[in-house]
Design a protein around this ligand. Sequence first.
Ligand code: 5GP
Length: 109
Amino acid sequence: MDIFCKIINKEIPAEIVYEDEHVLAFKDINPVAPIHILIIPKSHMENLNDIPEEGDHQYILNAAKIIAKQLNVESGYRIVINCGESAGQTVFHLHAHLLAGRELSWPPG
Ligand code: 5GP
């Protein structure tokens, strides 16, 4: 079982900032910005390639919008989804990073 499934099952702790029927969001253990939240689907998917072509998977982005408002960063935040090892994915349970609280340069590394 991957580490994020264990967080969903409350087998390991996390600082949860948002939860609904479909997603869980919690603080990243190794933040790269003053605000660094991970938003994960409760159902296991390895990465973005696993999202079915049909069906409503808007819930991750909906959660991002709600969390950005909750944390007062609506005016500037970034959502990052690393898909695959060469893109920097290290945990193989789909997750979106919500980054905010500092200037975010472009292009990313
Ligand atoms: P990736 O590199 O796969 O896009 O992102 C994985 C993220 O998960 C990293 O930013 C890493 O710091 C975070 N992470 C890994 N293990 C844990 C953990 O046990 N708890 C929390 N809160 N974050 C974790």
